[in-house]
Design a protein around this ligand. Structure first.
Ligand SMILES: Cc1cc2nc3c(=O)[nH]c(=O)nc-3n(C[C@H](O)[C@H](O)[C@H](O)COP(=O)(O)O)c2cc1C
Length: 473
């Protein structure tokens, strides 16, 4: 493993925590996202982050308002990175694309172009999608099942790679005297005819600066794991605990080795949502405010809305913690005698709350309330809360234990929390020698420690030529 942590910013303009947009002063107007995009790029590049990462979701609807408000309306990822290519100089730019609904030629073309426009700083996160409404938005009757999606995704990547390799690196001979611009033997058709993906090629964009863009893959299923092992440069995986993360990464790198890949060339990245301030107490206060702003089912008008998420009531918590919880004020502390009867899941929730908020059952100054219990249960997130030291300790532990190569850093609300991360946590990681203080490379591959792949056709030609020279000798 490298001795440097990989750090990317996972961009969500109205905040990654569902109540982030309600925080005083937080950005919450998608009409002004461009300004936040620019500000993020500036902060991220000043902090020397590896990349800015844009997820994608191919539908919207009222139901997202309470669950994932950042998905309601946002700038398309490829447009965002193409724009940022022009306003940044060093930082990597990763866009998500959905293999189920994207045309491979169009995607190869757009991504090769943005890699050229950015001087080799583009990356591509391929997903197969989990949103059924995407089907209707793309003229289909139904969202394909997991097997079908991944059968198609495997072919999609093969075709994409062939398209990016259409032009060999030295195909443009540019001989003015003879009037010869290209060497036609160095332009190759993809001629890909799979069961799900077919494309003739060749690509009408020169080979990407990076040869092949780094491919990220994010998913959860077994088929997703296989795609990561076979194709991904970066595996983006949610890893619930340190021990599970260590086991996952060790297993993935071994599997990669088994199929002949260099395990150093697959990087494991996990999402994390640090809530950071100058002091631990301030960070706790920010998180308490965010928790207090999550809409819960308290019988009020909001919770009667058709799309209000189910299960956000104290009553719904009873089966989770294994104790019948009567009507209560959400801000009442959970009594010691009630917590003592909690199920294992309930006890686990209490541990999570303690680690994030310092709140404990029976504490006079920082008790656990029903609200804390409910919010921690209904908002799945990888939150860590603390000052720069505490957040850096977490990153350092996970990195040095071999659990991950790096982190996709989510931000609860913009811009303050992202600024706090880049100006408090990053310098602490730099002080510890765990993160670069200057960009040393030019391309995203350079930042990530990934080799530049040679063109498939160049390799084949060289093999052919060396076999011929052996035969004629
Ligand atoms: C950390 C993480 C981030 C993801 N981001 C996206 C995303 O932005 N857009 C998307 O469509 N899928 C995203 N996914 C993957 C989808 O959840 C995945 O396509 C879906 O789960 C279907 O694949 P699966 O059956 O392998 O899980 C992400 C997954 C993880 C673990």
């Amino acid at each position: 493993m490298s001795d440097q942590i990989i750090l990317g910013a996972m961009f969500r303009a109205v905040g990654a925590y569902p109540s982030g947009w309600r925080y005083p002063g937080a950005h919450n107007n998608p009409l002004d996202d461009t300004a936040v995009l620019r500000k993020t790029a500036k902060l991220a590049e000043a902090a020397k982050l590896d990349y800015i990462f844009f997820g994608d979701w191919l539908a919207t609807g009222h139901d997202l308002e309470f669950r994932d408000p950042y998905l309601l309306a946002r700038i398309d990822p490829l447009s965002a990175i193409t724009y940022l290519a022009g306003v940044t100089k060093k930082i990597g730019l990763i866009a998500t694309a959905n293999t189920t609904y994207t045309d491979v030629y169009a995607l190869a073309r757009a991504t090769a172009s943005v890699d050229r426009l950015s001087g080799g700083r583009a990356g591509l996160n391929l997903v197969t999608g989990a949103e059924p409404r995407a089907a209707g938005n793309h003229g289909r009757d139904a969202h394909w099942g997991n097997e079908h999606r991944y059968d198609q995704a495997g072919e999609f990547v093969d075709a994409l790679r062939l398209l990016w390799d259409s032009w060999e690196d030295d195909a443009f001979v540019r001989n003015r005297e003879d009037g010869v611009l290209i060497d036609p033997t160095k332009l190759h058709k993809a001629q890909y005819g799979g069961e799900h993906v077919r494309v003739a090629g060749a690509l009408n964009v020169a080979r990407p600066v990076q040869g092949q863009l780094p491919i990220v893959h994010a998913g959860t299923s077994l088929r997703s794991r296989q795609l990561v092992r076979d194709e991904a440069d970066l595996a983006l995986v949610a890893l619930p605990s340190l021990s599970e993360a260590v086991a996952f990464t060790r297993h993935l790198k071994q599997e990669a080795l088994n199929i002949g890949r260099d395990p150093e060339q697959i990087k494991v990245i996990t999402p994390v949502l640090p809530i950071v301030a100058k002091t631990q107490a301030e960070a706790w206060e920010i998180f308490d405010t965010l928790i207090s702003l999550v809409p819960l089912d308290d019988g009020g008008e909001l919770s009667k809305a058709d799309d209000f998420p189910k299960g956000r009531s104290i009553r719904a918590l009873s089966p989770v913690v294994g104790v019948a919880l009567g009507p209560r004020d959400l801000d009442d502390p959970v009594p010691v005698r009630v917590a003592a009867r909690f199920s294992d899941v309930g006890k686990q929730l209490l541990e999570t709350i303690a680690s994030r908020t310092g709140r404990r059952i029976g504490s006079a100054s920082r008790p656990v309330t029903y609200r804390h219990l409910l919010v921690t249960h209904v908002i799945p997130s990888s939150v860590i809360v603390g000052d720069a030291q505490a957040i850096a300790d977490h990153f350092e532990l996970w990195f040095t234990s071999g659990a991950v190569d790096g982190f996709n850093v989510l931000t609860a609300f913009m811009n303050d929390q992202f600024e706090a991360f880049t100006t408090l946590v990053v310098p602490e990681l730099q002080r510890r020698g765990l993160f670069r203080t200057e960009y040393t490379g030019r391309t995203l591959r350079d930042h990530l420690g990934l080799d530049r792949p040679r063109n498939l056709h160049t390799i084949e030609r060289e093999q052919r030529e060396s076999a011929e020279s052996v035969r004629s000798a």
